[in-house]
Ligand binder design. Sequence first.
Ligand SMILES: [Zn+2]
Length: 126
Amino acid sequence: MRFKYLNLAFQYSLLDKRLQVIGYAIDGYCRSNFGIEIMVTSVYREKSPTHSRYCAFDIRIKPDDGLPIFTDEQLIELKKFCKTIKYDTNRPSKPTLFIHPNTSGKGKHMHVQVYPGSNKTVLFRE
Ligand SMILES: [Zn+2]
């Protein structure tokens, strides 16, 4: 796992522990299956409900001025992998991994989140 900025590594260590585990699982999955080490591009953001509570982080899909790091097929596979992690058993449609399209100049990226402020996100249970 790499970080776009040095301080993101520290912010990552402050994330909800469940989310840190999920991040390492995603990184391990990407290394083993795609030969890709993930790049964390954002952790704490004041104006985001989940990012401001250390319940979300972003992973780069495509750099601003370069080729995509992940193929569409790989993203579909990653979404399936993350479906084994339940964001909230009462809200099954809420995903743990959300693919953000390229809007407002932020570039296409993955947003990974856990349910804020509680233990409702359940790891690896069907
Ligand atoms: Zn995000």
